[in-house]
Design a protein around this ligand. Sequence first.
Ligand code: GNR
Ligand code: NI
Length: 172
Amino acid sequence: MKRNILLHPDPRLKKVASPVADITDDLRQLADDMLATMYEAPGIGLAAPQVGVLQRLVVMDCIKEKGEAPRPLVMFNPEVVAASDETSVYEEGCLSIPEQFADVTRPSEVEVRWMTRDGTEQSEVFTGLWATCAQHEIDHLEGKLFIDYLKPLRRQMITRKMVKLKRELARA
Ligand code: GNR
Ligand code: NI
């Protein structure tokens, strides 16, 4: 079942999410719903706070080539355990901030550790878009959005546009 994605500004997008203590069937269902929501958007990642659930769960799949096999990842309590000194710049977007894009600098490579849907620990070194996306998603769990990396004026401009968009959507 597809879920509604919260739009910035929303107080729930600014909160720190709680660690998942045990992975229940409800949480596995939520993960499946988040993947369906992400693929339909379409997007390459989604964090639980974006659907209003303040728990540490993210999903991602950065395979963008048609024809290539999808790689849905479900991560409970994901953590960056190591990051490269080398950085890269990506033009980021966010499903909670539609149609707004900006360059963000982040470590090029990160090692991420998480719990899978069956409760086993897993870790992987991500590079390229996967590394950017993993960091963007983990930021959501800390109540942090990509616009928080921008200069205040640029951030304000985007937030004003979003307030206007939300007002229009509410009247439609
Ligand atoms: O779909 C998304 N694309 C994207 C592009 C560049 C950097 C990060 C992202 S994540 C975003 C989906 C989203 O908002 N996840 O939280
Ligand atoms: Ni996002």
